[in-house]
Design a protein around this ligand. Structure first.
Ligand code: ADP
Ligand code: MG
Length: 506
């Protein structure tokens, strides 16, 4: 839905447009009209779905510009979130000239007091610092019309319940209360009952990131056996059309070479190939002249081929969201798909993070034995033999045929033919992949910076909020191992959260 359909006035619509928002997100679409109608609203939606603007826009709309009192108060769990919310409200309210002040601990309180004195109409603050200002009498909340409890689940996790209660006492009883949260534990519902008037509860269901149409497997392997495990899997699974991901260009080249040696229809693409070569390979793949396409994440971006029944993550992706993109190549248009992700012992944390993001469990796949792989090959060969027999009936009466039949019994002849077609020697063709370092442990050496590049600068990871559903578990896990829960870890979490956002919004 367009923002113009939500009853917002011109100044805000211009700001929204400048901000680059085109369509309202579902939580915005549902809660903005209710808020503008003066109702108390509980808004629940996944992290990154635009809850800030969901309360920010109607608040900005309702601000009386002539009035220099604090008219809206937003309570935010952390200073980062308070700053971020203040920035977003400031940008959206710039054309309307709304004054927004952030107050939080660890920064000069006198400057904040100054800002508050000079007509802040919206205040965004952390509980502790807000209470500080209330006690000092440096903030006047007696004209607040709208109170927002933002990221309410986070605030309760951080033990701010009492602080919130004190803040609620400092604002007028006659007010509008909005509560936004990614999750809705019982304690938050109680706040709703205790401190809100007949609230409307809007819940936006989390969008699924991977589909039930894809059976997702993982296989635990040690590095030196990875390639043999792969070719056995291919022999058994016999994909009709598969995309295989390798971490580096070298890896893609080597996999392509090794798989060719072992008799698979395969070609590779990566960024070092000429555009012409890449186009040619893709065309062959789309025409089914090649059954397995090996690629790096970058080269496969935007690749849209129908009928892919298997995705192989020969190297587990470093970012969970890459996994989602990779897997999205199969299980399309109602067709059933499969994925197999290779993972070493030290990479198990990456697997768990992927599962947290997708909220789906991968099934363990036991590596196949050589016998199982052989049986797989033989099955396919038997089908080919049937085709061969059908198409070569013309030679049935030749002298050589009679000779062979006299010389050998039928069983040996069939076995020889099958063996030749199956090309069994290829199965054991000698091939060694270069050693590719597994991904670094997620905990402990994280700060060392090898993953540092993953954070990608930009404004994104300032979202301290991030994907917080499993914080307790993660912290416990790293604590058990006696390692630090470094700041990098936290950024990583924020990072995933943002990508959840992208999937939902865009
Ligand atoms: P939440 O509070 O739900 O976790 P945020 O309000 O922080 O999410 O928004 C997440 C990101 O989405 C921000 O970068 C924000 O600017 C952006 N965003 C919000 N609303 C929209 C929209 N309607 N269209 C595009 N991007 C949006
Ligand atoms: Mg938020």
């Amino acid at each position: 839905m367009k923002f113009s359909e939500l009853g917002l006035t011109k100044d805000l619509l211009t700001a929204i447009e400048k901000h680059g928002y085109v369509e309202a997100t579902p939580i915005q679409e549902k809660t903005i009209p209710l808020t503008m109608a003066g109702k108390d609203v509980i808004g629940q939606a996944q992290t990154g779905t635009g809850k800030t603007a969901a309360f920010g826009l109607p608040i900005l709309e309702m601000i009386d510009n002539e009035n220099k009192d604090v008219q809206a108060l937003v309570v935010s769990p952390t200073r980062e979130l308070a700053i971020q919310t203040q920035e977003e409200l400031f940008k959206l309210g710039r054309d309307k000239h709304v004054r927004v002040q952030a107050v939080f601990g660890g920064s000069d309180i006198r400057r904040q007091i100054n800002g508050l004195k000079h007509g802040a109409q919206i205040v965004v603050g952390t509980p502790g610092r807000l209470i500080d200002h209330i006690r000092r009498g440096t903030i006047n909340l007696s004209h607040v019309k709208t109170l927002v409890l933002d990221e309410a689940d986070e605030m309760l996790n951080m033990g701010f319940l009492e602080d919130i209660e004190s803040i609620l006492k400092a604002v007028p009883d006659e007010r509008q209360t909005l509560l936004f949260s990614a999750t809705m534990p019982a304690a938050i519902k109680r706040i709703g009952v205790q401190f809100m008037t007949d609230p409307e509860h809007i819940q936006i269901a989390a969008k699924e990131l991977t589909t039930d149409l894809v059976d997702q497997y993982y296989v635990r392997v040690r590095d030196f056996e990875k390639f043999d495990v792969l070719t056995r899997i291919l022999d058994v699974q016999q994909p009709k059309l598969a995309i295989m991901f390798g971490r580096t260009k070298r890896r893609v080249d080597e996999l392509t070479r090794g798989l060719t040696l072992r008799g698979f229809d395969v070609a590779g693409i990566h960024g070092d190939l000429t555009q012409q070569k890449r186009t040619q390979v893709l065309k062959q793949f789309k025409n089914r002249e090649i059954r397995i396409l090996v690629a790096t994440d970058v080269a496969a971006r935007g690749l849209d081929v129908s009928g892919v029944d298997y995705v192989y993550n020969f190297d587990i992706p470093q970012d969970s969201e890459s996994y989602v993109h990779r897997i999205g190549r199969t299980g399309r248009a109602g067709a059933h798909g499969n994925s197999v992700t290779f993972v070493s012992n030290s990479e198990m944390d990456y697997l768990k993070d992927i599962e947290k993001l997708t909220k789906k469990r991968m099934q363990p796949l036991k590596p196949y034995t050589r016998e199982e792989a052989l049986a797989g090959r033989m099955n396919v060969a038997a089908d080919s033999v049937a085709d061969i027999v059908k198409s070569t009936s013309g030679v049935a009466n030749s002298e050589q045929v009679d000779k062979l039949v006299e010389q050998y019994d039928a069983k040996d002849l069939a076995a020889a033919l099958l063996g030749a077609v199956a090309n069994v020697e290829q199965m054991d063709a000698d091939f060694k992949l270069s050693h590719e370092r597994p991904l670094p442990h997620k905990h402990g050496n994280f700060r060392g910076g090898r993953r540092g590049g993953g954070h990608r600068g930009g404004g994104d990871h300032r979202r301290g909020g991030g994907y917080r559903g499993n914080r307790g578990q993660r912290e416990r896990r790293s604590y058990d191992r006696g390692s630090r829960n470094g700041s990098g870890d936290r950024s990583q979490r924020g990072h995933s959260g943002l990508h959840v956002a992208n999937h939902v919004i865009l």
